[in-house]
Design a binder for this molecule. Sequence first.
Ligand code: HSE
Length: 406
Amino acid sequence: MVTIAVLGYGTVGSGVVEVLEKNKDSINKKAGKQIRLKYVLDRKEFKDNPINARLTHDIEDILNDDEVQVIAEVMGGVEPAYTFVKKALLKGKSVVTSNKELVAKHGAELLKIAKEENINFLFEASVGGGIPIIRPLNQSLTADEIYQITGILNGTTNYILTKMSEEGLDFDSVLKEAQDLGYAERNPEADVEGHDACRKIAILSSLAFGMHVDYKDIYTEGITKISDRDMVYAKQIGCDIKLLATSKKIDDKVYAVVAPIMIGNDHPLSNVNGVFNAIFVKGNVIGDVMFYGKGAGKLPTASAVVADIVDAVKHLGTNIISFWSKKKMKMMSIDEVPAKYFIRVKRDEESKAIINKIFGFVHVVYSGYEDEIAFITEEEKEGELQEKVKALQEDTEVLNVIRVEK
Ligand code: HSE
């Protein structure tokens, strides 16, 4: 028998307890031992809930109980999660977590402690919810040199962009509808500004490239400026607009970007719709692989947390090696990255001449809107394109700029 504790009884925590109960027999068989949930930590009281029998408000009850060997941290946020997790690892207890803020910020340090203590720190649920991606990167794709990861890593924004594309609606009304339906948070900033996807690609990149990719070094742009007109233009050129999180290794440098991108309809990620997530990985031996599934939600996320609990139980006394050193990865400036831009400007008598003067040859995209001109640039380094956009802004009104990958 292995005794465990769950920190946090919110959406994911209650899902973990539910999955442990619902699939008890098969989980115990797969773990090779009986799993006994002794504690659930939460600040709140839960009226008339059987969880009360295991509820504690004091982390010390769990940390000081030598019976507890595995802890699932599903509270979210950096503190107090970081303090609790670090203390637990230093006491020789394995920890599994769904907490992307914690992993993106302290993953390298917590993995190092787990290695020194010969225990495990596992975080499958921190990226892509129920989609297995951390374990494949750590274990299944080890024959490969991974050189690119591109993902749709945020369900909220993918839901919004899908709705805008399918129903011709504008961003604000779809966001409001998503909030009313409970798909989007009341404070949607972390999702719509790309911060959530940024932390997730930082975690995947650190694991894929073996060094610490700091999320603060990742160029991040959200979807708030995407309009219904942008969607019309995207369709016109055989594209969809998706919030893509990409990291790519070129020689010994890595660049990482989170931004809305017009991608061709023939790209597998363009067919990933609604709240679904997908991660497209390129390896030098395997070629292309893609992982698809539910990137959020109570039970999909709990599924990944419980799978990590099973793995931690199976590997008591053995550290599962992960390659993520504390050494910071040298990041390539986004200015050096080649890109093509889709640009819309307000139409007047001079706009065509101004565009040609600054960009030379461009591909005009026709849409039927009389009051604007849209075009796609040739491929150039982002730094050069940004300079040209600045020059364009001096002479005309730039309505939007979106990267194109087609
Ligand atoms: N807010 C996230 C999303 C879910 O919309 O994908 C948790 O990572």
